[in-house]
Write a protein that binds this ligand. Structure first.
Ligand SMILES: Cc1ncc(COP(=O)(O)O)c(C=O)c1O
Length: 455
């Protein structure tokens, strides 16, 4: 027992693969997982024992560099000391008190903090949820209640969750819908201005303005006049940068122009910042890159550093007209509220957003250097520490190489680097925002080894 504790105190500061993963202990747990849990979206057979900062140790004593951040959740690193201490203190005072029905200061403080950091100088209010999906469900309902309209528009390639409401917006992979039709009716999908691959055949890196205007024309000249009258549309639900769809950054002028079009028709913009939020892109929220202030913002993932929490932040006037229209049990849970406040404070204190911008540039440079070495990398894209590389069979046709991408995800893991795939053929590289330059070098070196092993 004592030996075990001593072992746990060892500092993790570099990749250390002692046995090719998955090792024997990991295999046992994977087997039990298969026995007791239903199938979801498992990516890699890593079985974690503990983690600190940007490193994770598995049950076979391997140490990995975590460039997946629990799907962009532990943006301040694993087991951040100050956030942990704040939650520990709270554990001895009050855990849960049904913040939708009763009152406590921590929930109000967390809501106030969110209204202060989100874009928009207007007054705002918050509804707390337990996940990104549930945030989008709340956003859909609040938009319906406010506008008294029933239809919505979303983007092909978007991901907004998997419950019956959110699923009707999600359009990033057909498997999400397989055998599940119908979900909520009334959601129309339009092409996203994807600079790399789009149905218009435009090179959006060379001609971003053309891509913006063709996409908006499609909405204004085809969708609105033919089958979705704008006066029926409550809201447009969009990710500023598509996450599960492949880390797609639209042209920088796109959202400003889309917002103008929506304003002309009284349509609300719901920005789903579940993955892009909390400094991931080098600004607190990705909407800031595009100069838009959405009426509704959906949040989750890193909002409370891994204690389950989500939120919508809405313009004051969108508040539900009366009590009882929407609620939940755990939203704004005391521990989650404390973790949310502590996360925001730690981010400010450690200048995490600035580091995301700075280290994002370093990471991007290294990835472009990799692309020069490996013609299989067709595209490098992203903002801040939200970066991805896209594997192709051919640079000209940009045909996705899904198999190679999947192999690289696995071989990088065997070389001690945790990554997650996204879209058809991309791998996301999303370290905690506290990552430093030498850790980025360590990660890119492991990625290069992984690519070589996968080819
Ligand atoms: C942009 C976006 N919206 C919503 C969700 C759903 O969030 P959750 O898995 O917390 O329900 C995700 C999850 O990946 C996401 O990336």
């Amino acid at each position: 027992m004592i030996m075990q504790e001593e072992k746990h105190e060892k500092v993790m500061n570099k990749i250390a693969i002692r046995i090719t993963p998955p090792g024997p202990e990991a295999k046992k747990i994977v087997e039990l997982d298969e026995k007791y849990l239903v199938k979801s979206t498992k990516s890699l057979p890593i079985v974690a024992r503990r983690a600190a900062g940007v490193f994770v140790e598995d049950v076979d004593d391997n140490v990995y560099l975590d460039f997946a951040s629990g799907i962009s959740v532990v943006n301040m690193g694993h087991v951040h000391p100050e956030i942990t201490a704040r939650v520990q203190q709270q554990l001895h005072k009050l855990w849960h008190f049904a913040g939708t029905d009763y009152y406590y200061k921590e929930q109000v403080d967390a809501a106030k903090a969110l209204t202060e950091i989100t874009p928009g100088k207007f007054g705002k209010k918050v509804f707390f949820t337990n996940s990104g999906t549930e945030s989008n469900e709340a956003a859909i309902k609040i938009a319906k209640a406010y506008t008294k309209r029933q239809q919505f528009v979303a983007f092909i390639g978007g991901f907004h969750g998997r419950t019956q409401g959110a699923l009707s917006f999600t359009a990033s992979r057909a498997i999400h819908h397989k055998g599940l039709f119908p979900s909520m009716p009334g959601v129309e999908h339009v092409p996203f201005p994807n600079p790399y691959r789009n149905p218009f055949g435009i090179d959006g890196y060379e001609n971003p303005d053309e891509l913006t205007s063709r996409t908006l024309d499609f909405i204004e000249k085809y969708v609105f006049p033919t089958y979705t009258p704008p006066e029926n549309i409550a809201a447009f639900l969009a990710e500023p940068i598509q996450g599960e769809g492949g880390y797609i950054v639209p042209p920088m002028n796109f959202y400003r122009k889309l917002k103008k079009l929506l304003d002309e028709h009284g349509i609300i913009l719901i920005m789903d910042e579940v993955q892009t939020g909390f400094g991931r892109t080098g600004k607190f929220f990705a909407s800031e890159h595009f100069g838009v202030e959405p009426e509704v913002m959906s949040l989750a993932k890193s909002i409370a550093s891994g204690i389950p929490m989500g939120a919508i932040v809405v313009k004051n006037e969108l508040d539900f007209p009366e009590f009882g229209l929407h609620s939940n049990t755990f939203g704004g849970n005391v521990l989650a509220s404390v973790a949310c406040i502590a996360t925001i404070e730690a981010m400010k204190k450690e200048r995490a957003v600035e580091n995301s911008e700075k280290m994002g540039k370093v990471l991007r440079k290294r990835l472009v250097e990799l692309q020069e070495k490996f013609p299989q990398i067709g595209d490098v894209r992203g903002l801040g520490l939200m970066q991805a590389i896209d594997f192709v069979k051919d640079h000209k046709t940009k045909e996705p190489d899904t198999k190679l991408r999947d192999r690289v995800e696995y071989t990088a893991f065997q070389n001690g680097l945790l990554l997650l795939s996204t879209g058809l053929s991309a791998i996301r590289i999303i370290p905690p925002l506290i990552v430093n330059e030498s850790q980025i070098d360590m990660g890119v070196e492991a990625l290069e080894k992984g690519i070589k092993a996968a080819l």
